[in-house]
Design a protein around this ligand. Structure first.
Ligand code: ADP
Length: 208
């Protein structure tokens, strides 16, 4: 890897509870840094929709709001990260979401001499995320946006996903963002906080 390559390194993870807007913000960050957005939930849903073997394996798990087994998820992400377009950077959305997956991601990145540059934490209170999910259920009709499944997904987030932030905090890479506000306000906060860490987008024009 040349120094020009490493200077461009932009390896991000965006973490936040369901309804925090991480999918929307993740797309904007990925575009501005010119890296692929890799969202495990989107990949799984596309496979369910396409009726693939993987889709059949994960459909009932997703509909219950449970986590797909780490082995399957981590293998899928490792495959995706090994593709050429992710060589200089990526934005992960929805992975890792427990400590086992953090270890799996480390095991993938370390031998390549790579590491996450920043973990963007979108901080949204529980009541606010539930309200946004109810709204999304009306708008998008996702099969996992029923009251019961939402409660399960949020419980799993609090029990398994929130603790991974402690691991990344100890590494000094967590950028905590207040996720309450308009979409543009939150986007601005994210880019300002990343810039403060020396992480400047290659396409600043893409920033709202
Ligand atoms: P949300 O964050 O709103 O729950 P996602 O689109 O990120 O939605 O994920 C949808 C579903 O896909 C999850 O409820 C889970 O069943 C599955 N999934 C996504 N990412 C992972 C992961 N890293 N590990 C295990 N299961 C996952």
């Amino acid at each position: 890897m040349t120094s020009a390559d490493s200077a461009r390194s932009a390896r991000f993870l965006i973490v936040g509870p369901q309804g925090s807007g991480k999918g929307t913000q993740g797309v904007l960050v990925a575009a501005a840094f010119d890296v692929p957005q890799i969202a495990t939930g989107d990949i799984f849903r596309a496979n369910v929709k396409g009726g693939t073997e993987l889709g059949k394996q994960v459909q009932s798990i997703i509909e219950a709001g449970d986590l797909v087994p780490d082995e399957l998820t981590s293998a899928l992400v490792a495959d995706r990260l090994a593709q050429a377009d992710a060589a200089e950077g990526f934005l992960l959305d929805g992975y890792p979401r427990n400590r086992g997956q953090v270890a799996d991601l480390d095991a993938f990145l370390e031998p390549r001499g790579e590491a996450l540059d920043a973990v963007i934490e979108l901080d949204v209170p529980r009541d606010e995320s539930i309200a946004r999910l109810r709204q999304r259920a009306v708008e998008q009709g996702r099969t996992d946006d029923t009251e019961e499944v939402i409660a399960n997904r949020l419980a799993i987030y609090e029990r398994e996903t929130a603790p991974i932030l402690d691991v990344y905090r100890a590494r000094g890479i967590v950028v905590r963002i207040d996720g309450v506000g308009s979409l543009d306000e939150v986007t601005t906060r994210i880019f300002e906080s990343l810039a403060a860490r020396g992480l400047a987008p290659v396409h600043p024009g893409a920033v709202a």
